[in-house]
Design a protein around this ligand. Sequence first.
Ligand code: F6P
Length: 337
Amino acid sequence: MLNRPTLTQFIIESQGHHADATGDFTGLLNDVATACKAIASAVARGALADVLGSAGSGNIQGEEQKKLDVIANTTMIAANEWRGHLAAMASEEMEHILPTHQRGRYLLVFDPLDGSSNTDINMTLGTIFSVLRTPDNGRDPVADDFFQPGTRQICAGYALYGPSTMLVLTTGQGVNGFTLDRNLGEFFLTHPDMVIPADTSEFAINMSNERFWYPPVQRYVAECRAGRTGPRGRDFNMRWIASMVAEVHRILNRGGVFMYPRDLKDPAKPGRLRLLYEANPMAFIVEQAGGMAITGEARMLDVKPTSLHQRVPVILGSTNEVQRIADYHREAPVMAA
Ligand code: F6P
């Protein structure tokens, strides 16, 4: 075990490649990793620690907050707010940004507990995070500072709370996965240089929304389902875990396509997933692993955010399949946004 680098060693070694590094970013990643360990511990104790069920409140998206959503959010804030690396944080669970007590060089945006409909049934959950630079303008942080396209992320990652806890990370030089040794309390590098196979015969989508999808996605999924006798000439498999972290993790390990596309279910929502703390960090990770991430019509990382809790359609995974879906969008008649 000890012949593998720990996450801390890995980050320090990577810092050594940047002559101008101050240790600030290394400190920030360590704080985020510590928060993820604490959240993993709360998730793992589950019913024994009375952390399951509703918190009796709702978030800004009008979704019911689970007790674990609130615990995970509080944990991430506590691990970061006094450490001096951040100027502000933004989270799925907070309507507004949270300026920190010092004017640090970075902004942290996170979904503290992704897939929270899985909390009460002891299924896979995750934490997603993304790091941006604080604009160098000398003023107090405002929400606008977070409205940077995904290409400007300097780091993105997720923790996966499954049979084992993992932390998967990119700083723009590939993707590396670390597994938590609970006895030692350390993440160890177990999945170096993760690469998504370009081809796949597996897709993930909530099929119950099929009638609301736009035609290009209906076409793609219909062709997959037609299998060997259809236009694709081979059988496809389908998975749906209802936790984006779990779906992306599977895709990083064996390929696949994940879709939460634009649909007509609620015309006020152009998608289900949130750009800043779900779609962008995952798109950065997927691209760094050689995959592709789009809204349908556009590259995800090029979308210019306009609000903190903005929703977007998401299609990501194995390049050749995502490219095919992008082509289907291009060939389809233009649809109203
Ligand atoms: O809110 C995000 C999320 O929980 C994702 O992690 C997941 O992919 C999706 O929502 C599940 O959606 P549905 O409830 O439609 O299956």
